[in-house]
Design a protein around this ligand. Structure first.
Ligand SMILES: NC(=O)c1ccc[n+]([C@@H]2O[C@H](COP(=O)([O-])OP(=O)(O)OC[C@H]3O[C@@H](n4cnc5c(N)ncnc54)[C@H](O)[C@@H]3O)[C@@H](O)[C@H]2O)c1
Length: 257
């Protein structure tokens, strides 16, 4: 097959959670630019609608839905809506994240709330969407983890700022990478490939001195930009990666090379 056809997402129905976020909106745009029919679902429906309306005005086939991935009934409602309106699902991008814990010293309740959304809820929505994909005869799931799920934080980067790298985040992102490998084997008989992307930090006007310190550590000399994940997400979603299964791709500009 021609490589342009391998990379095309034409006739594919794609769900991305949290598609109004920073990395999420880049991936939403990329998947639609590759000709996919892309639904974003998140807890902030108004933000999702604003982004979707802007992309629709550029001719992209994008749709906004509500989901709270910590609420099983809400996941089932979304699943039913996708089946009824789009006839099923081919590709699921597990991107939403909640950040109730900000610091190591935050109360345990914040850690538990993080697990409710980012561990239990994340597994719940993945299992339900995998079921939709299986009914359609197969497809692919891509988990968006983080380099923080693979490596410990360099706390010196945050000195003199309000920033920190909270422990719940390392815990559930590490779990997501392990779950990727589990699901790659579990779902392969249903013709579902499962892969993971572990991005590095995305530039979003972080304060100095964090920014200079971080850039100095990265061999490419910069934080990730919004275009950096676009090719990778389309590649993993498409048939161009049809023999890649259970892989975790680190995208950090060489920070951990
Ligand atoms: N921004 C970075 O530097 C960075 C670096 C590495 C990895 N990541 C990962 O990339 C992904 C996207 O990150 P981002 O910074 O763009 O995220 P973000 O914080 O900008 O957006 C997160 C999205 O998740 C949604 N969300 C939160 N709780 C939800 C719930 N209970 N149900 C449904 N939706 C919910 C929010 O509405 C929002 O749209 C995340 O998985 C994140 O961990 C981000």
């Amino acid at each position: 097959m021609h490589v342009k056809n391998l990379l095309s997402l034409k006739n594919k129905v794609i769900l991305i959670t949290g598609g109004a976020g920073l990395y999420g909106s880049s991936m939403l745009e990329a998947l639609a630019e590759a000709d996919g029919k892309v639904i974003t679902a998140s807890r902030s429906l108004e933000n999702a609608k604003t982004i979707v309306d802007e992309m629709k005005s550029r001719g992209l086939d994008v749709h906004a839905k509500y989901v709270d991935q910590a609420d099983h009934a809400s996941i089932i409602r979304l699943k039913d809506e996708i089946q009824a309106e789009f006839g099923g699902l081919d590709i699921f991008i597990n991107n939403a994240v909640a950040r109730p814990m900000r610091k190591y010293t935050d109360p345990l309740e914040a850690f538990a709330e993080s697990m409710r959304v980012n561990a239990t809820g994340m597994f719940d929505i993945t299992r339900e969407m995998a079921d939709l994909i299986a009914k359609r005869g197969g497809g692919t799931i891509i988990n968006i983890a983080s380099m923080q799920g693979m490596f410990g934080a360099d706390f010196k980067l945050y000195e003199g700022t309000e920033m920190d790298s909270p422990p719940d985040y390392h815990f559930h992102k590490g779990g997501m990478i392990a779950l990727t490998k589990y699901l790659a084997r579990k779902l392969a008989p249903q013709k579902i490939r499962v892969n993971c992307i572990s991005p590095g930090g995305l530039f979003s006007n972080q304060p100095e001195p964090f920014l200079s310190r971080y850039k100095n550590k990265v061999p490419l000399g910069r934080m990730a930009g919004t275009d950096d994940i676009k090719g990778l997400i389309v590649f993993l979603a498409s048939d161009a990666s049809s023999y890649i299964n259970g892989e975790n791709i680190l995208m950090d500009g060489g920070l951990h090379a």
